[in-house]
Design a protein around this ligand. Structure first.
Ligand SMILES: Nc1ncnc2c1ncn2[C@@H]1O[C@H](COP(=O)(O)OP(=O)(O)OP(=O)(O)O)[C@@H](O)[C@H]1O
Ligand SMILES: [Mg+2]
Length: 253
């Protein structure tokens, strides 16, 4: 961590117990402003659980979660979202009967009016429409804006999910395996978009198994194994860390 820089997000000594299982054991991590941080680790390591704690889906059994100096560890999900954290899910979660544009409208304040077509899209508030349009352009989704999102190819659906997460203009974007199932060109497209988002001031914390994607994108990496943070550092250090190679990269090879 750069000396003196206040983290945007800070998890300190977070433990999460399910029944007798320690899904997370004394985990601490920081995301700095305008940083792209990554969490890697084998299946079941506790990566998605970390996101569920940050977003308020689960409460930590112990430890604290701070966003910009405010303790959000016991806040409900909607307040955490409003405080500036958006996420995507490991398995795509889109509304079955909404268009791409409608997904971007419902993600905004009072966007629920667009849901189930209570109001035709053309009546949506102009600011919400403008934001949705900007986001469509950013994610190169203008051509499919009137299409039912669930009918689009998988890689495009993933982009719609990211677009939806970004429409609320979060400070911190959490991405759970954003390029899983994508081909190289699609993943490269996502990588460029993430760099642009960061340059625009958004911090990103992502979970990903695709090592070349992670190593080429992240500024800093955290490695989880069985709920324990076994290593952290810049990608170049992680790549050659014997503990990590043994626990994860060796396993993946
Ligand atoms: N709601 C829950 N109830 C009980 N156990 C859970 C729950 N959520 C997660 N776990 C357990 O916590 C551990 C960590 O799961 P988690 O989903 O965080 O792993 P992960 O690192 O995201 O794995 P993957 O790479 O497979 O997505 C696993 O043992 C899982 O079974
Ligand atoms: Mg997971």
């Amino acid at each position: 961590m750069t000396a003196g820089q206040q983290p945007l997000l800070a998890l300190s000594a977070v433990t999460k117990v399910f029944g007798g299982v320690h899904a997370l054991d004394n985990v601490s991590l920081n995301v700095l402003p305008k940083q792209i941080a990554g969490i890697i680790g084998p299946n079941g390591a506790g990566k998605t659980t970390t996101f569920n704690i940050i977003t308020g889906a689960y409460r930590p059994s112990r430890g604290t979660v701070m966003l910009g100096g405010t303790d959000i560890g016991s806040e409900p999900s909607h307040r955490i979202a409003r405080a500036g954290i958006s996420r995507t899910f490991q398995n795509i979660r889109l509304f079955a009967d909404l268009t791409v544009l409608e997904h971007l409208l419902v993600a905004q304040p009072h966007g629920e009016f667009a849901l189930r077509r209570l109001l035709p899209t053309r009546w949506a508030n102009p600011q919400a429409l403008r934001r949705a349009q900007e986001t469509l352009e950013f994610f190169e989704l203008e051509d499919v804006r009137e299409r039912i999102a669930g009918s689009l190819p998988y890689g495009v659906q993933r982009r719609v999910e990211m677009a939806r997460a970004i429409t609320a203009r979060p400070k911190l974007l959490l991405l759970d395996e954003p390029v899983a199932g994508m081909n190289h060109d699609e993943a490269e497209h996502i990588r460029r978009l993430m760099l642009k988002l960061r340059d625009g001031g958004v911090s990103i914390l992502l979970i990903e198994h695709d090592m070349s994607f992670v190593m080429n994108l992240c500024d800093y990496l955290y490695v989880l194994d069985f709920g324990v943070m076994i290593a952290q550092g810049p990608p170049d250090q992680i790549r050659t860390n014997p503990v990590v190679l043994d626990a994860y990269l060796g396993y993946a090879a």
